[in-house]
Write a protein of this length. Structure first.
Length: 151
């Protein structure tokens, strides 16, 4: 990994962590609050997904990555987005999430949604891992010389 990619990975991981942890009130701010305290696994899963998201973002920072997609092949974007969204729902307060409250009500949020949150974390980590693996494999299969990738 180049220095440029490492810097992007750290910045992207930090940004991902803040963008998810502030609205879910893992990082306490005056703008957001929680009715139910975070679970013991919220921070470890947040850190793992932030690292994966940072590494995934770093794969997009190279002229080779822009040209490494083989026609008709998945480049991992959908899995990366899904992993981020699943993480947001997984670490958030079950009764503070307006979408969950509208769909299930407060009793349903605690009875049905809260027990599913650990599964959402696992699915989010799997999706981000799949996206990262897809990007890395794609870049190794179809390397493009940076000097020849210009206009």
């Amino acid at each position: 990994m180049t220095i440029h990619r490492a810097v992007v990975a750290v910045v992207a991981a930090s940004a991902f962590l803040v963008v998810i942890a502030v609205p879910t009130d893992l990082i306490d701010t005056p703008w957001f609050s929680r009715e139910i305290p975070p679970t013991w696994w919220s921070w470890p899963s947040m850190v793992v997904t932030a690292v994966l998201a940072g590494l995934l973002a770093a794969t997009y920072v190279n002229p080779r990555s822009a040209n490494s997609q083989i026609e008709g092949r998945d480049d991992g974007r959908r899995h990366g987005i899904a992993g981020g969204l699943l993480t947001f729902f997984a670490v958030g307060c079950p009764v503070c999430n307006k979408l969950v409250l509208i769909a299930l009500g407060s009793a349903g949020a605690m009875t049905w949604f809260a027990p599913l949150q650990p599964l959402l974390v696992v699915a989010g980590i799997a999706a981000l891992g799949w996206a990262l693996r897809t990007r890395i494999v794609g870049q190794r299969e179809c390397p493009v010389d940076a000097a020849r990738s210009g206009p």
